[in-house]
Design a protein. Structure first.
Length: 600
């Protein structure tokens, strides 16, 4: 059993809460641009005092509408300015925010609203409003629904401002005074990959303590001139949520991109100094660049540039790059790397990644082109990041060291255990699950990992996802899946083989790179994956990805056979969570015949 802890770099008063951040900003830096809002197609800065006034106006509307301290108010929307505004307004009304993914089904919305006992819900669109209306009769506590977009009545921001116009600011400040560090700030419902979502109770201290210490740890991100961040991950997810608190406290100019399809243009215009993403985003950027280079007849040059970037990054962990490597790197910086950095706006030097393993190869590639990815690890129950690579001591392939004021321990069976200011106290109305989540005061993550002597953590898999073959070999799927998925043609890969004679995989084809692949290999443009599933060229290309994946594991753990599926795993198909994790149980259920076909 191994344990490593890091002392706090900063402390938060016991009575400190997240609403303090807004008043501190307005008092210390009233004209600082803490946010940027897209109005009529142009970014407009929002200062500390302007944002405080907007939050107070919305909070007064909530209070005037009957929202009481401790009430739950749901928030269902894409990532946009109003999400941030209403989140802080709910806190300033003394209430608790309950995020709902904007892609949630009616059944999921009903469960979260009913289980949380939400008395109000702020939705983004008419579609969301209709979803809530369809379940409202089965959610007896829900008394209010406001809509961000204008409909038959005024938008939520204007409606709440009008409702609370007669209330003084002191009404909000009185509500803020009811909050302490132990007051619940939010109920975030887990993705539900293994059953009904559970509501994680995260307190003001969980967020405030974690953000204060992370700001101290990541000073390089926030001390640059005019720091800025463009948020595009769902704010309903704890990772995006934590960063929106951090950016507000660190006074980082923050913009929001609601539509991921517009991300490339928004990055070029907003020019962030750092971004937050999950590994799948970095994989897609890499795969798209690879496919484009191959389609343009520049595949060999691009792959040489990739190898050079990886070698350059790896050399930084040793004696540094030699003369020849420096020359090649400088050449490819002009031909390739600079264009990739320009796609992020040209100012981005760091990115924070979490939610799943990135993989050492991609980590080295991005550092080699001049974008250092700070990979971290955490869960909803740990208020997102509980370990992170420091900017000055990145160890590619690891998820870093414990954040200040937290600790990590590896149990005898390899499970990662957590403790710290960021770790939650339990689940909403679920004492059995809360008790089962802890062991001697340590939170049981369900993940497996290794801890180096100097505190760097490597995640090796999940306890529940470990496969045991018929021959008794234990296999952690994540390692080989990540490597297979790094191929430009592959969208998802899921390893199977529990109680089977050998390890196999279900593979899906990336719909964005598939057209280019067909063109390069002389296939009909209209041919579907299903029609080409037995095509020798497609099988050979997938085999390349599998062969690359097999390099990361022993022969007994390697994929012996695979099946190309006709569909792509997506959130809409029900096979991915909103944070892009595979719902393995559902994949196994829906594609049971394909699995049987592999072994028959």
């Amino acid at each position: 059993m191994r344990e490593f802890s890091v002392p706090a770099l900063a402390d938060v008063p016991a009575d400190g809460n997240l609403t303090d951040i807004l008043r501190t900003n307005a008092a210390e830096a009233p004209q600082a641009a803490v946010l940027a809002r897209k109005v009529d197609g142009r970014w407009q800065d929002v200062t500390s005092v302007e944002f405080l006034a907007q939050v107070y106006a919305a909070a007064k509307g909530l209070i005037a509408s009957g929202i009481e301290p401790g009430d739950r108010v749901a928030l269902m929307s894409r990532t946009r300015y109003e999400w941030c505004l209403f989140d802080f307004a709910i806190w300033c009304a003394g209430a608790i925010t309950v995020p709902i993914y904007e892609t949630s089904s009616a059944e999921q919305v009903e469960w979260i609203l009913a289980d949380s006992g939400a008395v109000g819900c702020i939705v983004e669109s008419a579609q969301h409003e209709a979803t809530v209306a369809s379940v409202r009769e089965r959610v007896p506590d829900l008394a209010h629904v406001w809509r961000m977009d204008e409909g038959d009545g005024p938008a939520a921001e204007a409606a709440l401002a009008a409702a609370g116009v007669e209330l003084p600011d002191s009404a909000v400040e009185d509500r803020c005074a009811t909050l302490t560090g132990e007051s619940p700030a939010t109920l975030i419902y887990t993705s539900g990959t293994t059953g009904r979502p559970k509501g994680c109770i995260l307190t003001h201290r969980n967020f405030y303590g974690a953000s204060t210490n992370l700001i101290a740890l990541l000073d390089d991100l926030f001390s640059v001139q005019d720091p800025s961040c463009l948020l595009f991950l769902p704010l309903a997810h704890v990772l995006g949520r934590e960063l929106h608190v951090i950016c507000m406290q660190a006074r980082v100019r923050t913009g929001h991109c609601p539509d991921i399809r517009q991300l490339t243009g928004e990055l070029a215009e907003f020019k962030p100094t750092f971004v937050l993403a999950v590994p799948r985003v970095f994989e897609k950027v890499y795969n798209t660049a690879t496919a484009k280079a191959e389609a343009d007849g520049k595949g060999k040059i691009f792959h040489k540039a990739v190898d050079t970037a990886i070698a350059y990054s790896e050399s930084l962990d040793k004696s540094g790059p030699g003369f020849g490597l420096r020359v090649k790197h400088a050449m490819f910086d002009k031909l390739v790397y600079g264009k990739l950095r320009a796609a992020l706006g040209g100012r981005c030097e760091f990115s924070v990644s979490g939610g799943a393993p990135l993989g050492a190869r991609l980590g080295h590639f991005y550092r080699g082109i001049g974008l250092t990815i700070l990979e971290g690890y955490g869960l909803t129950e740990s208020t997102a990041a509980t370990t992170l690579n420091p900017t000055t001591a990145v160890r590619v392939g690891s998820v870093g060291i414990p954040i200040p004021d937290s600790a990590v321990k590896i149990a005898d069976d390899g499970e990662i255990l957590l403790k710290g200011v960021n770790v939650f106290g339990g689940y909403w109305h679920n004492e059995a699950a809360s008790a089962d989540a802890f062991e001697d005061g340590w939170f049981r993550t369900g993940d497996l990992g290794q801890l180096d002597d100097d505190g760097y953590l490597t995640v090796t898999g999940r306890k529940k996802e470990i496969l045991v073959t018929a021959g008794g070999k234990n296999v952690a799927p994540a390692v080989i899946e990540d490597r297979i998925r790094a191929h430009s043609l592959i969208s998802e890969a899921m390893v199977v083989g529990d109680a089977r004679p050998f390890v196999a995989a279900l593979v899906t084809i990336d719909p964005e790179t598939f057209p280019r692949w067909k063109e390069l290999h002389g296939k009909p443009a209209g041919a579907t994956v299903a029609e080409l599933a037995d095509d020798p060229d497609l099988i050979a290309s997938v085999q390349e990805a599998v062969d690359e994946g097999n390099k990361a594991v022993s022969r007994a753990e390697g994929v012996k056979k695979f099946r190309i599926l006709a569909i792509n795993f997506t959130e809409e198909s029900g096979h991915l969570t909103p944070s892009l994790k595979l719902k393995r149980n559902l994949v196994m259920k829906d594609f049971a015949d394909d699995v049987e076909g592999i072994y028959s």
